[in-house]
Design a protein around this ligand. Structure first.
Ligand code: ADP
Ligand code: MG
Length: 493
């Protein structure tokens, strides 16, 4: 699932004349279409994308669907246009085409669009087992594999593609070519998820196999206990019965010579027996502070790193988590989180959970502003800690959506016009200024800006931004206007 894949060139229109929404027929038809679509789409996705939408017109065979936010346009075209058309055609055979129009006036305006939260109420929540360990036959302790960690719900991006592919290969053929499999990378980037998902996948195919997942701390404790109870032989025998041994975070075996020695022997025995070993650490084998004979064993197999996800991957992860948690959040909120929580996925999830709490405990729908406040607070409280995962908060309060809104208000043009096609100066200039502010003050990428502005090419955005950069050097009035806008958005240093 790639939310920002290049769109098919589709008949889209941003400036179609808007029909009167009072037309009951349109509302009824839209409700019928939504009724058909809802069961085909995960609820969280459905609510996210169809909230505040409306059928605004029908001209000959063309249905004009109104969307409340410019950023949802692309997604609708990519994911829902065909489905919507098909459904509409089943209900009304004269329909030939779906076109979209962005109409920000639809947002939270109950008179103009159906209340789909009410019409499609929430179902039941899933439950997660509270147990954390299993004692397996032969007395080996394995942590319970979290069933929610699957290879299928792991979002693949450039930073983790190789690691994910290696895990899939191991799941298909444990003890085969990729043995041992060694994954490394910083905290919160998905190593544990991948390790457990691989264990889950193997168990699904071979339910009787002994898959043991343990952390290096637990392994150490077991060694210490076995030594204390003089049951070392028994410990070794047990571990040799394992089919798949997964050890998470082996960097913590540093300075634990006795445990390293035991692990070395266990590893060798399993390896000789073509049993799969999967290991993770926060750095590559060569940089681990472990015995050489151990690290050289790790280097024998497949080594893959897991690095920080890019914007698109972060957004896709958020959409996946939202789906899993069966909640719905505005796309603008998800984009805001993806834009600002950059370092690791755990932070990303943390903020998402805050949003969920806000929604569940206070019955408040998270908005970009409330999320910005949460992030600001988190960032402040933890500013002394490393790895917080966000950029400086001061410049980060406004969102790109707000920049666009502020620019359209300031220059008295509509949001439709600002994202539209018109090249009249009165409209072009505010559009270029919004792009300039988005790029310079919010650090939004050219590509992303292009997508938000009706899928313009990033080079178009780049030249717009350059144009404003140049123009404000020679035009003090324009400079004042841009600064005034930035001030309004609290983006001035
Ligand atoms: P690590 O072990 O590298 O510190 P985790 O595996 O614990 O990281 O990941 C932290 C959280 O982020 C987990 O909840 C995990 O499900 C989630 N996560 C990380 N990467 C991804 C991804 N690519 N797709 C989906 N979820 C991810
Ligand atoms: Mg981990």
């Amino acid at each position: 699932m790639n939310p920002v894949a290049t769109p098919v060139s589709a008949p889209i229109s941003l400036s179609v004349p808007v029909a009167m929404p009072q037309e009951r027929g349109l509302t009824d038809l839209w409700l019928q279409i939504l009724d058909q679509l809802a069961p085909k789409i995960a609820r969280s996705q459905f609510i996210t994308w169809f909230k505040d939408t409306a059928l605004l017109g029908k001209e000959e065979g063309k249905l004009v669907v109104g969307l409340p936010l410019p950023m949802t346009l692309h997604w609708h075209m990519e994911h829902y246009r065909d489905m919507t058309l098909e459904t509409a055609q089943q209900l009304d055979s004269t329909v030939t085409q779906i076109v979209y129009t962005v109409d920000v006036g639809l947002k939270d305006n109950r008179d103009r669009s159906p209340d789909i939260l009410e019409r499609f109420p929430e179902g039941k929540k899933r439950k997660v087992s509270g147990r954390s360990e299993v004692r397996m036959a032969e007395g080996i302790i394995s942590k319970i594999l979290n069933p929610n960690y699957m290879l299928e719900n792991f979002i693949v991006g450039s930073g983790n593609r190789l690691a994910h592919a290696a895990c899939q290969a191991v799941a298909r053929e444990p003890g085969g070519k990729y043995n041992p499999l060694f994954l490394y990378g910083g905290v919160g980037l998905g190593k544990t998820h991948l390790l457990q998902a691989t264990g889950n996948a193997i168990l699904r195919q071979m339910p009787r196999s002994a898959v043991v997942y343990t952390t290096s701390e637990d392994f150490t404790n077991q060694v210490v206990e076995a030594i204390g109870q003089k049951k070392m032989e028994q410990f070794r025998r047990r571990y040799r019965m394992v089919d798949v041994l997964i050890i998470d975070d082996v960097q913590f075996l540093a300075n634990k010579e006795r445990t390293q020695e035991e692990f070395f022997h266990t590893f060798n025995a399993l390896y000789e027996d073509h049993k799969q070993v999967i290991i993770s650490a926060d750095r590559p084998p060569s940089e681990l502070d472990l015995e050489d004979r151990l690290t050289s064993r790790f280097e024998r197999g497949m080594i893959a790193d897991v690095s920080a996800p890019d914007y698109e991957t972060r957004l896709a992860i958020l959409i996946e988590k939202v789906r899993e948690y069966e909640i719905f959040l505005d796309m603008a909120v998800l984009q805001f989180i993806a834009e600002h929580a950059k370092k690791n996925v755990r932070e990303l999830e943390g903020i998402l959970m805050q949003a969920v709490a806000l929604y569940e405990l206070e019955q408040r729908m998270p908005t970009v502003r409330s999320i910005a406040e949460i992030m600001h607070k988190l960032n402040k409280d933890e500013s002394t800690k490393e790895n917080v995962g966000f950029e400086k908060p001061q410049k980060r309060r406004a969102t790109f959506q707000e920049v666009m809104e502020a620019a359209s208000k300031y220059y008295s043009i509509s949001m439709n016009e600002i994202v539209g096609e018109s090249r009249v100066r009165e409209i072009l200039l505010p559009r270029q200024i919004a792009m300039y502010i988005g790029r310079h003050k919010l650090g939004v990428s050219y590509v992303h800006i292009g997508e938000i502005f009706g899928n313009r090419d990033h080079t178009t955005v780049m030249s717009a931004v350059r144009k404003i950069e140049k123009a404000i050097q020679n035009d003090p009035q324009l400079l004042r206007e841009v600064r005034a806008l930035e001030q309004e958005l609290s983006l001035v240093e």
